[in-house]
Design a protein around this ligand. Structure first.
Ligand code: HGY
Ligand code: MN
Ligand code: MN
Length: 411
């Protein structure tokens, strides 16, 4: 029995109401702070499980801490939906969570409608890679690309990923059992806010992603010498922070002069960080992104070379280590075309665009066809408490996903 045409206003309002509700699962402070394998994560997962079960999905938490809601089908493989439950510190409420709540609401709407395949909604624990210097254990586990060495990586309190997962109730040492046979997966479709200004600029509610940028992250340690700030002339100093300042300016200068590349120094710590001491040590993060992996690797070689020269000229010891890398991925053409057809069927012009943000789909693409549905967000603001979107756009995205689910005939 095909359901009546979806009331997209009602769906949109329900999606926004639930996202407001689950945004309370956060540490205190501005925006949403919900890191993986924490009490906030546990509270959010309990709420999502309730919503999954109300939508007729059988829910369980897998060995990597992913909450999985499944509706069985005819055995020809499952279509996977979902995104990440975690946020950055003091982030927005839609980044990630939209891609979990929206499919649950759509499947509740389709609870009694026949679907040609099994469907799963996946609430991945950790996409942002903020708590641990790694990311996406969940999608990597399903894709069979998870590196168990990541389990020994530690957060700022010295807690290992393995211990955090165990205390959360996951079974990290059994993650290898999660790898899905590619023929068991019809594809992974992720709904996500655009996190950029393109759709708003074009006055479009929805977009279909063509490719997701690649990314690499480095830790940079600059070691100088502490000295008395009042008695040490500048020419006799080995000031690690002055060196870091030149490094940050050089990263910006290089990226401004290089097309299709973004660079960011997002985290920086100073030791001893005292008002009257010449800084002895600085630890900073360097992140580079590009749609083309070769260009990104060339840029990384150039930028890290410049950092070493800046430090050498200042008598500063520099230690650089790549801590993370993620290849750029192309979205699957057939799955993206099917998504575009559904967007059009939902009455929205579909715009194709590259994603400058990375997503769980980046890791899922290692083993499965992926497609992404982008939803407009106000002024492109994201990774910020002011991140926002409209109920009308949530309704349009729900109508598009429902059209996709009721039309998609599998691969
Ligand atoms: O950093 C990113 O692009 C994503 O939001 N984790
Ligand atoms: Mn994010
Ligand atoms: Mn995200």
């Amino acid at each position: 029995m095909q359901p009546a045409a979806p009331d997209r206003d009602a769906l949109g309002d329900e999606i926004m109401r639930r996202i407001e509700r689950i945004a309370q699962c956060s540490e205190p402070g501005p925006g949403v702070t919900r890191l993986p394998f924490t009490a906030q994560h546990r509270r959010a997962a309990a709420l999502l499980r309730r919503w999954m079960e109300a939508a007729g999905l059988a829910a369980h938490t897998d060995h990597a801490g992913t909450l999985v809601g499944r509706r069985d089908g005819d055995g020809r493989g499952a279509l996977l939906l979902g995104s990440h439950q975690d946020s950055i510190p003091q982030g927005g409420r839609y980044d990630g969570m939209l891609g979990i709540v929206l499919p649950i609401v759509c499947l509740e709407y389709l609870k009694h409608a026949p679907l040609a395949f099994a469907v799963e909604v996946l609430a991945f624990a950790d996409e942002e890679g903020v708590r641990f210097p790694t990311a996406m254990p969940g999608p990597r586990a399903l894709a069979g690309t998870f590196d168990a060495a990541a389990l020994d990586l530690r957060d700022r309190d010295g807690v290992s990923l393995r211990r955090a997962m165990r205390e959360y109730g996951a079974r990290p040492d059994d993650i290898a059992q999660l790898a899905r046979a590619p023929d068991q997966v019809l594809g992974f479709v992720e709904t996500h806010i655009e996190q950029g200004p393109v759709l708003q600029h074009r006055d479009l509610p929805l977009g279909v992603v063509t490719a997701i940028c690649g990314i690499e992250r480095w830790s940079v340690s600059l070691r100088g010498r502490a000295a008395h700030a009042g008695t040490t002339p500048v020419e006799l100093r080995r000031d690690a922070l002055a060196c870091a300042a030149e490094v940050v300016a050089e990263v910006e200068r290089y990226c401004r002069a290089t097309d299709e590349l973004t660079g960011n120094v997002g985290a920086l710590s100073v030791t001893p960080n005292a008002v009257n001491v010449v800084p002895a040590r600085v630890e900073l993060s360097l992140e580079l992104r590009a749609g083309d992996d070769r260009a990104r690797r060339l840029a990384a070689a150039e930028v890290t070379g410049r950092i070493r020269r800046i430090a050498e000229n200042r008598g500063i010891e520099a230690a650089l280590q790549q801590t993370y890398a993620q290849a750029a991925v192309q979205c699957d053409a057939a799955l993206s075309d099917a998504l575009q057809t559904a967007v059009t069927a939902a009455g929205c012009p579909a715009h194709r665009l590259v994603s400058g943000a990375t997503h769980d789909a980046s890791a899922m693409a290692a083993a499965f066809p992926v497609a992404m549905l982008f939803v407009r967000c106000r002024d492109g603001v994201s990774h910020h408490p002011a991140e926002s979107m409209t109920a009308a756009d949530a309704g349009a995205a729900a109508a598009a996903l429902i059209a996709f689910l009721t039309r998609f005939g599998g691969r």
